[in-house]
Design a protein around this ligand. Structure first.
Ligand SMILES: [Zn+2]
Length: 428
């Protein structure tokens, strides 16, 4: 992913040694004249010169040989180095005057003081959890006055993504237009399951496969020490498949197949012939995102409203639609979410709802409640000792846990930097 800091710099004439005759000609064509598609408020100016000068890029990966075929920033000599560093070096040396600052980190390692500095954020993330986290971060930066969002606190999010031959690009104005969580139903159902379900009470074939992948593989190391599970290796998949079948039989679960095992590993099993086309999808997507950033930064054109999909499986197909805001979106609405449960429901049922509901799709929710004036952790799975201590609560009923009708529950999850508040509404 990349963020843009001060994305548009208005450059005076003769802006230093890195300028040359005609450098901005292609951009001035858009900025110095009006046209049928220009933004209604746009005033062409002969002084406007563009250039995204200050860019920060955050990426937690290092370059692998398999990364070399679908991009143009990395070379074989760069294998093993952080992607962010190499991309920054490449652009800094190629584009005079551009300053790219790399951060070899997870996006979650940076806080709101960092993100607040930017005018536009561009995400090219491969995980929905990370997208939702960034979405939640930008929503947390919004300032509300009398229930209205202060427009100066909005940092637009341009989100792009490709998978194989498909891609999408979308423009999100947090607090104004549909956010990632508003359209969560568009994403495939969750691939991560709560660890306790995987470890102790599998119910679905996917739970059995995850058990083998996450817990059994590192324990048994079937192909030797330090050999990571390779989704492209049929022998590895076969091993996972066999063990998953055994696990499923143990719990009388049906539906574990080789294909599901493969899919669960989310392998993009690329054939060489596909590489060019997936490269094409990735470039289309990058171009769409860059165009949107240009439009947002210059106000020259009306930004994408607000969701574009494309598909180059068979010819090239693109389609644009307006994703609608969800009135009670758990991330961007100001409305507290109600949780309707009977007092005799167990905490496990609440946990299942949080992870399985298509509109929430949480990964490992930690639930706390104020009981008799004190904040009490009801369940938390990310720290093993606390998980062990709070696990007995899962089988208790809400009534036995001392929870009341109208009670506020605070839920923290990796899908958002913010704690989400729910109100418990007892149903009879
Ligand atoms: Zn939303």
């Amino acid at each position: 992913m990349a963020e843009m800091e001060e994305p548009m710099v208005v450059d005076g004439v003769g802006g230093g040694s890195c300028e040359w005759e005609g450098r901005w000609n292609h951009v001035t064509k858009f900025l110095e004249r009006s046209g049928p598609f220009t933004h209604p408020d746009f005033e062409p100016s002969t002084e406007a010169l563009s250039g995204f000068r200050n860019i920060d890029v955050v990426d937690m990966d290092t370059i692998d040989v398999s990364n070399l075929n679908r991009q143009f920033l990395f070379r074989s000599k760069d294998v093993g180095r952080p992607k962010a560093d190499v991309a920054a070096d490449f652009i800094n040396s190629r584009i005079p005057g551009c300053r790219v600052v790399p951060h070899f980190k997870k996006i979650q390692d940076l806080d709101e003081t960092f993100y607040r500095r930017f005018h536009i954020i561009v995400c090219g993330l491969d995980s929905i959890v990370a997208r939702r986290w960034m979405n939640g971060m930008l929503i947390s930066l919004l300032v509300y006055e009398d229930g209205e969002v202060d427009q100066t606190s909005i940092i637009p999010l341009v989100d792009g993504g490709t998978e194989g031959f498909k891609g999408n690009a979308r423009v999100i104005l947090p607090g104004l237009t549909a956010c990632i969580d508003c359209t969560l139903e568009l994403y495939p159902p969750q691939i991560n399951f709560p660890m306790c379900t995987i470890a102790t009470m599998p119910r679905l074939p996917e739970h059995c496969i995850e058990y083998v992948r996450i817990l059994l593989w590192p324990k048994e190391m079937p192909f030797g020490d330090a050999i990571a599970l390779d989704g492209d290796d049929p022998e590895h998949i076969q091993w996972v498949f066999q063990r998953s079948l055994e696990r499923a039989a143990e719990f009388s679960i049906t539906g574990v197949t080789y294909r599901l095992t493969q899919g669960e590993h989310k392998t993009a099993h690329l054939l060489p012939v596909c590489v060019l086309t997936t490269l094409f999808s990735a470039f289309c997507d990058a171009a769409a995102c860059a165009t949107e950033v240009f439009k947002l930064a210059t106000s020259a054109y009306v930004p994408l409203c607000n969701y574009m999909v494309f598909n180059d499986v068979d010819g090239l197909y693109t389609y644009t639609f307006e994703a609608e805001r969800k009135e009670n979106c758990s991330a961007c609405s100001q409305i507290p979410q109600d949780l309707g449960f009977s007092p005799s429901s167990t905490l496990q049922e609440v946990l299942n709802y949080l992870t399985e509901s298509v509109s929430l799709q949480m990964k490992s929710p930690a639930i706390t409640a104020k009981v008799e004036g004190k904040s009490k952790t009801l369940y938390l799975q990310s720290v093993a000792s606390i998980e062990q201590r709070t696990r007995p609560n899962l089988s208790k009923t809400l009534r036995d846990l001392g929870l009341k009708d109208g009670q506020e529950l605070a839920v923290a999850d990796v899908t958002s930097p913010q704690t989400m508040l729910f109100r418990l509404c007892f149903t009879s």
